[in-house]
Structure formats: C-alpha cells, structure tokens
Design a protein around this ligand. Sequence first.
Ligand code: SAH
Length: 414
Amino acid sequence: MTETSPARPANTGVRQTRPRTEGWTQKKDAEGRPLLQFASPKRGKPPVHLADMTPPERVEKVKELGLPGFRAKQLSTHYFTHYTSDPAEMTDLPAAQREELVAGMLPPLLTEVRQLKTDRGDTIKFLWRLHDGALVESVLMRYPGRITLCVSSQAGCGMNCPFCATGQAGLTRNMSTAEIIEQIVRANRLIAEGGLGGKKSDDHSMERVSNIVFMGMGEPLANYKRVMDAVRIMVADQPNGLGMSARGITVSTVGLVPAIRKLSDEGIPVTFALSLHAPDDHLRDELIPVNSKWKVDEALDAAREYYEKTGRRVSIEYALIKDMNDHGWRADLLAEKLNERGRGWVHVNPIPLNPTPESVWTASTREVTNEFVRRLNDAGIPTTLRDTRGKEIDGACGQLVATTEDEAAAAQLG
Ligand code: SAH
C-alpha cells in the first residue's frame, strides 16, 4: 500500500486487490514488464480486395483485368449496396468475364466458422477464419432503433491488459482494411436476409448496421492506417463506400497518445472512447500496461484535445472490478481529473467486469457500482452504466478470444 494520492483516504480499511494474473502467464519483456507489441508480426498478406483500394485504384485494377473502368462502380454497388461477392448475382456484368473479375476484385476474406446467438437472436457472435488461419470475432447487436456491430481490428492484441481475454495470447497480426470492412458487409447481408431476430416485420431489406464500435479484438490505434482507411470507406457515400454516419462509429483505445492526436486531426467526427479503468497511475500502470508509456494525465489531455478539435464529446470506459478500481475515492479522483479539464466535454461509461477464462477478479457489487456512478454524477460528470450484451456466448467486451474449441471448429472447415 504505497498509494500517496491526496484523494485517497488516510484510513486504510479500504480493500485493494492487486492486478495479478492466475491460471495464465502474462508475457513479459526483457525488463520483466508486461510485453507490449506494437508491430504486427510478419505473416502472409491477405489478398488485395476492392475495399483496400480508393475509387480511382478500383478503376485501374478493373482495367488491368481487361475490362472498362466503369465496371468498378458496378462491382462496388454489388459489394457495398447489395452486400454480395457472388458472381452469379451480378447479372449486369458480362457473363464471360464475371468469374475472373470477381476473383480479382472481391477475393474471399472471411470464412464463417460459426455463429452463436443469444438474447432471442438479437445478439450474434461470428467467428471468422482469415486466409492464413487466424481467427477473429465480431458481435452483432440489435437495440431499439439501432443495430451495432462490434468489429475486430487485429487478430489478437498486443496491449496485454490482464483482465481482457484477447490480450492473453498476444498479437497475431493486423487486419487489412478490407478484412475490417468485410465484417460489416457480412453482417449487413445477414440482416437483409432476416437473420438478426427480434423484429416483428418480415421485411428486413432496408435494415443494416447503423453503429460500429471498434471494441472487438485488437487495439485499433495500433493498426492506425488500415483502421482509418476502413473508417473512410464506412463513411463514403454509396456506391463507393457504406454511407454510414461518422458519429455512429466509435474508436476505442487503451490510450496511444500520439495516435489520438492524429485522430483528432483527421476531420472525421467519429466518437472517441478512452479505456481508462483507473484514474491513478499507481493502479493504471498495472492494469493497462501501455500506461508505462503514456500516463493517465497525458491520455486525458489527448482526450480533451480530441473534444476541442472535433466538438465530439468523448467517452471514458471504466470496467468496474471488485476491490480493484471501484473505490469511492477513485470515482472522486476521476471526477476531479475530468472537471479540471473543463465541463461538458466528457461522459463516463462504467461497465461491470465481464468474466474471462481463469480470471481471479469479479465485477463490482451492485451497491458499489451504484455508488461509483452516483459520485461521478453528483460531481457533474454524466455517467451511465454500459449495457453489456453477449456474456452467455463469451461475446461481451473483453471476452473475445479464439479458444481451442474455436480452433477445432475452424480445422473442420478444411
Ligand atoms: N483495445 C481497445 C478496444 C478493445 S476492448 C480498448 O482497449 O479500448 C473494448 C473495451 O472492453 C475496452 O474498454 C476494454 O478495456 C473493455 N474490456 C476489456 N476486457 C473487459 C472485461 N473483461 N470486462 C469488461 N470490459 C472489458
């Protein structure tokens, strides 16, 4: 107990659990600190796909394949509007060259291993196999008035947070722009076919994913370029992109400060979320290993700058872990640090910890959770508990990981 924060009560009756892993070994670097992997290990690149290219590049590629450039627009319409990569459905393309054109422009990227459903079909977790056998997941959720897809940006994750299942196996590789986009296209296809339950009407043809959260596997800002190219395609008008609203896209990060600054200057008003989880460096150093590089105050300053540059209110994520980070004084310290940086620029989104395999920690009790939320709200920080979905299918935040069962199912595909 070496905490010296003035916000902490002198009375040490407060229980403090330490972030120690049990049942699995956290990878360490040469100095014995939790390993951070920023660079993607070298693996065979996924095939280049229409969604990896800008509109002029698509035209060029179609010409290379021996067809007039305007065919690129037709292919884009099939892909981004009808969500299809099946040459048989593209009757407006010359039959003789269709197969070759589609093979060159829309190569298969994600093989569906399986789907798991819960909430009466309103939540679906997809397990995908990538071209090199890497496994990733996405989670589709129907809410009243919106459909949200939680996408992965990396196979695995290099940020090594001890309470998150994805980090335990480390980073396999960055996903390509098209691999990120394809998760949305496949979800839209399923919705259009009526595969996402919960709606009374039979006509799902006009429905599609309205919100994207980069809260699946991976640290999106560690795969910056591909993630931003994917965001640009999400917001580009149809047929060149998915025609989505930037406000409905949430980029969530552990706090890679230089990348947050870059994001602020992109001129794309996405929603920005910072996974803070502790207001004091003493605890955050252990809970979020990247805190060894960028401290709480630096991450909060960068978040505040995001608000100043974009006018978008930022979101602070805080997984409430029993006796770890859920103390009243930490709620007060968090409120203090946020209020120090101004009013009205931020809201807090606590989420009760979701269980992960071998985890020794549990979610905070309801009373402690309510008290944490109350203290923030009383201090003038809008705070709402995050609705967590998909726990029953290990599809909730922090639970996405390729299990041995998943590997076995993927191997069955041959
Ligand atoms: N790497 C990014 C995005 C992926 S995680 C990030 O860290 O922000 C999406 C959110 O789920 C993050 O806020 C993350 O901290 C949170 N999370 C991770 N493990 C969790 C768990 N076991 N229970 C609840 N939330 C968790």
